[in-house]
Design a binder for this molecule. Sequence first.
Ligand code: AMP
Length: 540
Amino acid sequence: MQGLMMDAPLLVSGILTHAERNHAHQEIVTRLVEGGIHRYTFGDCARRTAQLAHALQEMGVKPGDRIGVMGWNTHRQLELYYAISGIGAVCHTINPKLGPQNAAFVMNHAEDRFVFFDTTFAPLVQALRPHLSGVERYVAMTTEEETAKLGVGVDCYETLLEGKPERFDWPSFDENTAAAMCYTSGTTGQPKGVLYSHRALVLQCFAALLPTSFGAGAGDTILPVVPMFHVNAWGVPYSALMIGMKLVMPGPGLDGKSLHELITTEGVTFAVGVPTVWLNLLAHVEENGLDLGRLRYTLVGGAALSRKIIDGYEKYGVRTRQGWGMTEMSPTGTVNFDGPGFYDLPHDERIEVQLRQGKALPFVDMRIVSDAGEELPWDGKSDGHLHVRGPWILSSYYKAEEPTLTDDGWFDTGDVCVIHPDGRMQITDRAKDVIKSGGEWISTIDIENVGLSHPAVAQAAAIGMPHPKWQERPLLIVQLKDGAAASTDDIKDFVNEKLPRISQVDDVQAVDEIPLGATGKVLKTELRKTFADYQLPDLR
Ligand code: AMP
């Protein structure tokens, strides 16, 4: 028997309409690319988004067209998010740090018809233009004055909006229509396209807003430091508008000083981003004897949370939650919710639990599978490949030539994990990064966390080096803090004292700079190339 409910589609435009009607006076604050701070309300945002939708239609944008956007987190990119998907087109956010070759690849692969960009990326866009035959127009997301400086062949965002009607009758269509698109960061192999449906984005927005998920609420002022060009800034542009949270956009100012300024002057209470960002901010606050104003929570994801961040921020009264997800998962899969009684646990016991990636959001289904394909128990000990499925997890990469899912319909995340009996998932490695010694998995994450806790270490990365007896043994590569002096032998003694025998590193090597990828993650592929001729001490 069918239920007798209306078949109303879950569309992204519904979030904007709700925000305009119910939270019209809430603020959106942006650090502008042009310099200075821009401030307006959800109501203003809805009116300008309507103007933009009219402008897009006038430009000839049709449902299903891909529109490339290469920009910082700003009010203009927010307007693009809503206007493009609102008219049934696809907002293709492009990671400018992918490098020219990958950027050209993704824009051609997506077949972007129009490209919107921040002036910071004008030189990159200029260099890409000869390689983008399908792009009809380029629009600089700035004022007329700034656009004029870029020379001919570029339209001005603000001019496009001028004089357009401030209301738009958002169309209704199938909720499975694509709303947005993002390519995987491509640290291994060619970037792959992920197409988000309206339904997936709206459902994920609801799930992220549950009190047991991110934990941000209506009274919060939220700062998404995670870029809007990387998996929709973890959905914050949708969730902030859904419940009327004040939204603070950092623009291009992602350094410790700029973030600190914005957090304290705008009263940010909840901030979201990758670990590197939080380490930089912490260093700035510590070095300058500052405080963190009203900040009460950071949500850390994209890479493993470290004890250094948890303890460092707690000194300033800020708690840390960890989330885990992927471009392929819109992105959130789990959050380590610190529920009632969590902070009453003995400190070390609590940190051990807090370093886990967390419990699945409702409707995200997880399983662990051994190399032999057997499903493993959630006992906190059995580790294997993490598979997921659910309504905001991809069914196929865009234009995929091979099936994306397993034969029985799961997505293999490439992460290796254990799941504890309480449901908390804990990543122990990436399948491609895994160090397997004598048939046992060794967690590079554990080694890196211990490495990072050495006072002289700024960045740490563990990779597996070939070993005739053990197949692989861990090498720890460190980048020292500016001005710090510590010998690699000291660091080796320090980490090995803290690690279980199997994980103890065979050697420590220092480099001037550990290479980071476009999303701030260590490029192990590069490190492996650098150390291709290296031999572990007992083999020399
Ligand atoms: P991306 O698609 O670029 O966001 O990368 C997704 C991958 O980042 C995941 O498959 C994990 O390997 C890693 N990742 C994301 N969040 C975490 C986390 N909290 N801890 C450890 N690794 C993470």
